[in-house]
Design a binder for this molecule. Structure first.
Ligand SMILES: Cc1ncc(COP(=O)(O)O)c(C=O)c1O
Length: 420
């Protein structure tokens, strides 16, 4: 008997198909737009210069002369690709140098470099956890964490976004599950731009005997005096078991790392499938990450960090004054408040977010659109983010574009703005 179901049928009838078709027909698709130049604060896209408010290049280091030189030097020394896994022929002195520098920077015994940040999360979480263990995740955690958790086959105990009360409840329940327990949170949440309440999370994990892993993808190179992330900003870095970071944001390259105790890193080195069964990062990517890390750890890096945070405040204040619903700064335990470079503008409805995005794009501003499943249904947002290399006049032009785009929206512009 022949198989009746065509596996490809889902490609012809998936839930997003109609939306995708309509968006393409009206040139409203906010995704896959071509970037035709270097990713600076202003970038050439589809034949026109646009102000970049849709990049994770927080410090602007992807175009820094010494980062580019470090990539070139690595390319010359080791060639275009390593054609093998870290485990086999894919480890160069550069990889090891980068791992030593990351461990020194993060203040951990060791660090392990993966080919992408996604693989760092998958490699770490899916290797440490197994059937019988329990993992507790925040509902805002990055997709790579959720994929890793599903791969691990550990018991999942989900927890509402930044709900410390729920975390406590889940930890109590997990005590009866019988296995080891890992809590995983983003230090800075990638879409909302807010921070995990790490002091409370750390205290609860310690009280209940759970291990804690913090994904610092959006926080490395941005938060803390040394730029190591949210754990440092909260003063809890020494009490967090594992920290993950990526090179694809402030570190101006591609790749990721796990920093933590030597025994765990060594375990991952010989057990993590996402580390062992994939090709090692290309030398130019490793060289660029190392070049960027050295800048972040210098006086120049400290100035760039200060500048990106000032720019975030400027944009957030400007958008709030225009009446947009924007994220508020996070209050820190020392009484200061902190705003990350991610400044999301809540729109709500998917189509409104897309049409508003297009108006902005036509006004010469590129932002990211986050729709479900990147955010909760009905919570579509324009995810804007700033760079250290934005000048005030770039941000002023972007704010003007936001105002004009809102005024040009055909229906109910008030629905994309409001009190805050
Ligand atoms: C919070 C978070 N974790 C992990 C990743 C994955 O990192 P990469 O893009 O380097 O694979 C991302 C990137 O999108 C992220 O935002």
């Amino acid at each position: 008997m022949a198989i009746e179901t065509d596996l490809f049928q889902k490609a012809r009838s998936h839930e997003r198909l109609e939306q995708l078709k309509a968006a393409r027909e009206h040139d409203l698709l906010p995704y896959f737009r071509e970037v035709e130049g270097e990713p600076g604060p202003v970038v050439e896209m589809e034949g026109r210069e646009r102000i970049t408010l849709g990049s994770n290049n927080y410090l602007g280091l992807t175009t820094h002369p010494s980062v580019k030189q470090a990539a070139r030097d690595a390319l010359e020394a080791y060639g275009t690709g390593l054609t093998g896994s870290r485990f086999m022929n894919g480890t160069t002195p550069l990889h090891l140098e980068l791992e030593r520098e990351i461990a020194d920077w993060m203040g951990t015994e060791e660090a392990l470099v993966f080919t992408t940040g996604y693989q760092a999360n998958v490699g770490c979480i899916a290797t440490l956890l197994e059937v019988g263990d329990t993992v507790i995740c925040d509902s805002g955690d990055h997709a790579s964490i959720l994929d890793a958790v599903m791969m691990s086959r550990a018991r999942i105990r989900p927890c509402g976004h930044n709900r410390v009360d729920k975390l406590e409840k889940m930890l109590k329940r997990a005590a009866d599950d019988g296995g080891g327990v890992l809590v995983v949170v983003d230090g800075v949440f990638s879409m909302e731009g807010d921070l995990s309440p790490l002091p409370e999370v750390v205290a609860l994990c310690r009280e209940h005997g759970a291990r804690l892993m913090v994904d610092e993808a959006h926080a490395v190179g941005v938060l803390g005096a040394a730029g190591t992330g949210a754990c440092e900003a909260y003063g809890v870095a020494g009490r967090v078991d594992l920290r993950m970071g990526t090179f694809s944001k402030s570190l101006a390259s591609c790749g990721g790392f796990i920093a933590g105790p030597a025994e765990v890193i060594d375990f991952l080195r010989v057990q993590a499938r996402a580390f062992m069964f994939t090709a090692s990062a290309v030398p130019a990517a490793v060289g660029a990450a190392l070049g960027a890390l050295r800048i972040i750890r210098s006086e120049e890096g400290r100035e760039l960090i200060a500048r990106v945070l000032e720019n975030a405040r400027y944009l957030q204040r400007g958008l709030a004054e225009l009446g947009f619903l924007v994220a508020s700064p996070t209050e820190m335990p020392d009484g200061s408040d902190l705003l990350t470079p991610i400044v999301p503008v809540l729109i709500g409805d998917d189509w409104k977010a897309v049409t508003f995005w297009k108006e902005l794009y036509d006004q010469g501003v590129y932002a990211n659109v986050a729709l479900y499943p990147a955010v909760q249904p009905g919570s579509a947002l324009l995810r804007t983010s700033v760079m250290a290399t934005h000048e005030r006049h770039h941000l002023d032009r972007a704010l003007d574009a936001f105002e004009r785009a809102r005024d040009r929206l055909p229906d109910d512009p008030a629905a994309v703005s409001g009190s805050h």
